[in-house]
Design a protein around this ligand. Structure first.
Ligand SMILES: *Cc1c(COP(=O)(O)O)cnc(C)c1O
Length: 360
C-alpha cells in the first residue's frame, strides 16, 4: 500500500523524450548519449530508459552493474561508463557485453588490457584533462597511452573531455584549444559537450554529445530559464496543506523563529520537509505554489514540514494542493533560493516519497 501522506513526486517520461529531442536538434551533426547516472538525476533510471529506449543513441551512466542490467533488459544501444572501470572483472564485462568505457588514467588502461586477451572489439573513451583537473590524461601521459594503444587494432578509440565552465563567462574555447593541441592530427571520434555546451557552444559538440540535466527539464544556466530554452519539467514535487495557523503581528514561525509576522496573516503548513529531499537551506521567500498560485515559504524548513504564506490565497485550507517544484515553480528557482542547483534537488529526492508517472 502506498503511503497516504499526501506528498508525491511525479515523473513525466514524455518530457524527458521532448528534452532529449531538443538536445538532438541543438546538435544536429552529433549523436547523443542520454546521461542517466545517479538514477537518472533522481527521476528513476528505468523510467528514463523506458522513455528513451526507442530514440536514444546510447545511455551513459556510472556503475557497470547498472549497465549490465540494461543489457539484460534488452537495451542494445551503446552504453558508456562515465568513470570507466574499477576492477579487472569489470574490464571483462566491458568486452563481453560490448560496453563503452571511459579510460581516464594509465591504471585503467592496464586493467583493461590485463584482463586477458581481448576477444572482441572494445570501444573506449580516452579522457583528456583539458583544465577541469578532475579526471583525464595530461599530454605526456597521453603519449604513453598512444604507444600502448596504437598497435591494438581491436580497440576503437574516441577522444573525450569535459568542460568546467561551459555555463560561465570563461566558456569552452580555452579548453577546446588544449584539446586540439593534445589531439594533434586525430581524425577519429570526439565527445565534448554537456548540456551547457550543447545549448551555448555549437562549435564544441564533437561526434557524441552528453546531455544530462537538460533531459530532466532544468537549465544549466543561472541567467536563462528552462522555459526560455524550450525545456519541459520532468519532475514535479507536490503535497498538500495539512495545517493552517492565523498569526497576529509579532508571532514567529517554526524552529528558531526566523520569520516574524509583520501583520496578521494566514500560514499554511505543508507535508514536505528536508527528509523528503526539500532543501533545508531554502530561506523565507523561496517560491512555492498553493492551488496553482505562487506564494513564498516562511521560516525554517523542518524534517517533515514547512510553512508558507496563505495571506493572498484565502480559499486554501486543509488538503489544498501544493507544488514544491514543477510547472508553476521551476526547480531552478527553488534551487537558486536555497543556494544550490536543480541537479542537487533532483538527486536528493528521498526514497520515502512515492513516485508516480504523470504529465506535468
Ligand atoms: C554528468 C556528466 C554529463 C552531463 O552533464 P550535464 O551538465 O548534466 O549535462 C556529461 N559528461 C560527463 C562526463 C558527465 O559526468
Amino acid at each position: 500500500m502506498k503511503t497516504s501522506r499526501p506528498i508525491r513526486a511525479y515523473i513525466a517520461p514524455d518530457a524527458i523524450l521532448h528534452n532529449y529531442r531538443l538536445a538532438r536538434r541543438h546538435a544536429p551533426g552529433a549523436k547523443a548519449w542520454a546521461v542517466i547516472k545517479a538514477d537518472a538525476y533522481g527521476h528513476g533510471q528505468w523510467r528514463a530508459v523506458q522513455a528513451l529506449r526507442h530514440e536514444a543513441d546510447g545511455f551513459a551512466l556510472l556503475e557497470c552493474e547498472n549497465a549490465l542490467a540494461l543489457r539484460a533488459a534488452g537495451i542494445t544501444q551503446p552504453i558508456l561508463l562515465l568513470e570507466g572501470i574499477f576492477s579487472s572483472q569489470e574490464a571483462r564485462a566491458v568486452v563481453e557485453h560490448r560496453l563503452t568505457t571511459v579510460i581516464h588514467c594509465h591504471e585503467q588502461l592496464e586493467m583493461l588490457l590485463g584482463a586477458g586477451p581481448l576477444k572482441g572489439p572494445v570501444s573506449i573513451y580516452l579522457k583528456l584533462n583539458t583544465g577541469m583537473n578532475r579526471l583525464g590524461f595530461t599530454a605526456p601521459a597521453l603519449a604513453k597511452a598512444w604507444e600502448i594503444l596504437r598497435p591494438l587494432a581491436q580497440v576503437n578509440v574516441t577522444l573525450m573531455t569535459h568542460f568546467a565552465e561551459a555555463d560561465g563567462e570563461r566558456g569552452v574555447d580555452w579548453q577546446l584549444e588544449r584539446f586540439r593541441q593534445m589531439a594533434g592530427d586525430w581524425r577519429g571520434g570526439c565527445s565534448l559537450a554537456n548540456s551547457a555546451a550543447i545549448l551555448r557552444h555549437p562549435t564544441a559538440h564533437g561526434d557524441w554529445v552528453r546531455p544530462g540535466i537538460m533531459l530532466y527539464g532544468a537549465s544549466p544556466f543561472a541567467e536563462l530559464s528552462a522555459a526560455e530554452l524550450g525545456l519541459q519539467p520532468a519532475m514535479a514535487l507536490e503535497s498538500q496543506i495539512i495545517g493552517v495557523q492565523t498569526l497576529t503581528q509579532g508571532e514567529r514561525v517554526g524552529y528558531g523563529g526566523t520569520f516574524t509576522a509583520d501583520k496578521s496573516m494566514r500560514v499554511g503548513i505543508v507535508a514536505c520537509g528536508y527528509a523528503d529531499g526539500y532543501p533545508r537551506h531554502a530561506p523565507t521567500g523561496t517560491p512555492i505554489a498553493v492551488m496553482g498560485r505562487r506564494t513564498r515559504t516562511l521560516g525554517r524548513v523542518s524534517m517533515d514540514m514547512l510553512a508558507c504564506d496563505l495571506s493572498d490565497i484565502p480559499a486554501a485550507g486543509i488538503a489544498a494542493p501544493v507544488t514544491l517544484w514543477g510547472n508553476n515553480v521551476p526547480a531552478d528557482e527553488v534551487a537558486a533560493a536555497a543556494g544550490t542547483i536543480a541537479y542537487e534537488l533532483f538527486c536528493a529526492l528521498a526514497s520515502r516519497v512515492p513516485v508516480e508517472v504523470r504529465e506535468i
